[in-house]
Design a protein around this ligand. Structure first.
Ligand code: TXA
Ligand code: MG
Length: 345
């Protein structure tokens, strides 16, 4: 199959440029498109063959449900049975934006979208290209991240090309994604807000709007409410070791590990800007300042993919502070390391 790579300037979308891709979505083709979090691999949520193709193309397990993307809250009517007043508050505060809400679903929503659950996850992205594509398509679009299952999510058009060139008809490239990690996923558990996947809408931000405590699910131990979280995710080819604790102790430990491994293996370090020159190797990738974890979130997946390109045999990563977006970043770092974490505190 020939893939059309369509470059679109998000600050100035040429009129009509997205029409053919929207028509393809309507007729059951897959279209990869940018969002403010990561690129998505979209299909009409009503088209079952297209939904099946999402799972085949990604190599995604069938029990991992998809998020449905809308551009206008009116589209919720065809997807969900009811909107809890707490969700109404969150929609007013955070949509469009990187917050996915889990609603009781309408009977007409295919079990291929929801992996047979009685709920459906919906989000309204803020990226101008995503919004325009969704507006033109008019049908809500089911879309997981546009990466082969298990690989780091794509935050640039090049990442999508690397995984899907020749396998899907359309890739819309609007440059790098701003947030860089996937949306926060939130459900109500017996009426109480529960974060199933942390993201850039932080627990603190949610608590401020809801004026109540928001719990965070501890992943693996959770019931099938966040099925996607149980798989090894976000992982580059080389094994990742995550080192957590006070910054000085992290640097000491990473240098120790480098000492052991450097001669036999190609070891790449991912560290904060403040510490780059402290490592006893030239193979250091810059996650940005410790004071700016938003930037680290934006860069993380690109750096993990860069490790593959450098031919790394081993990756050592500095842990980050847990506050705010740091919680989401830590969640992805733990996943990327497959639980291979050294705590030096
Ligand atoms: O930022 C994002 O959310 C990106 C962009 C493309 O929008 N999408 C994304 O999709 O990350 P995906 O498929 O990689 O992750 C979807 C997550 C999974 O953890 C899945 O288990 C969860 O959402 N999910 C989907 N439907 C659910 C449901 N009904 N109940 C609970 N969790 C659900
Ligand atoms: Mg994903």
């Amino acid at each position: 199959m020939e893939t059309v790579l369509l470059k679109v300037n998000p600050d100035c979308i040429q009129s009509g440029i997205l029409l053919p891709a929207a028509a393809s979505l309507q007729s059951g083709d897959l279209v990869a498109f940018p969002t403010e979090t990561v690129y998505g691999l979209g299909a009409s949520y009503r088209n079952e063959p297209a939904l099946r193709r999402i799972f085949e193309t990604k190599g995604r397990p069938g029990d991992n449900p998809l998020i449905v993307h809308i551009w206008n809250p009116n589209q919720l009517d065809e997807l969900v049975l009811e909107i809890d007043p707490k969700f109404e508050k969150l929609i007013a505060a955070f949509w469009p934006g990187p917050l996915t809400l889990v609603f009781p679903k309408q009977a007409t929503v295919s079990p291929l979208v929801t992996a047979g659950l009685t709920t459906v996850a919906v989000r309204m992205p803020s990226h101008p290209v995503a919004r325009e594509l969704l507006r033109l398509t008019a049908i809500p679009v089911a879309a997981p991240s546009a990466n082969l299952s298990g690989k780091p999510s794509p935050t640039r058009g090049e990442h999508v090309m690397a995984d899907f060139n020749g396998k899907i008809p359309w890739i819309i490239d609007a440059g790098p994604c701003n947030a860089g990690i996937e949306s926060t996923v939130l459900m109500l558990d017996a009426g109480k807000p529960l974060i199933l996947r942390p993201g850039s809408v932080t627990r603190e931000m949610l608590e401020e709007v809801l004026q109540e405590t928001v719990a965070v699910s501890n992943g693996e131990a959770q019931r099938p409410s966040a099925p996607g979280m149980k798989y090894r995710h976000y992982a580059p080819k080389a094994p990742v070791v995550l080192v957590e604790g006070p910054k000085e102790a992290i640097v000491r430990k990473i240098n120790e590990l480098l000492q052991e491994d450097r001669l036999q293996k190609k070891v790449v370090v991912i560290g904060s800007a403040e510490n780059l020159t402290k490592y006893h190797t030239k193979l250091v990738l810059d996650l940005g300042s410790e004071q700016n974890l938003e930037l680290a979130a934006m860069r993380l997946y690109d750096l993990l993919r860069a490790c593959d390109e450098l031919g790394a045999d081993q990756i050592l990563i500095e842990g980050v502070d847990q506050k705010g977006i740091g919680a989401a970043l830590t969640n992805r770092l733990h996943k990327a390391s497959g639980g291979n974490v050294i705590d030096v505190s």
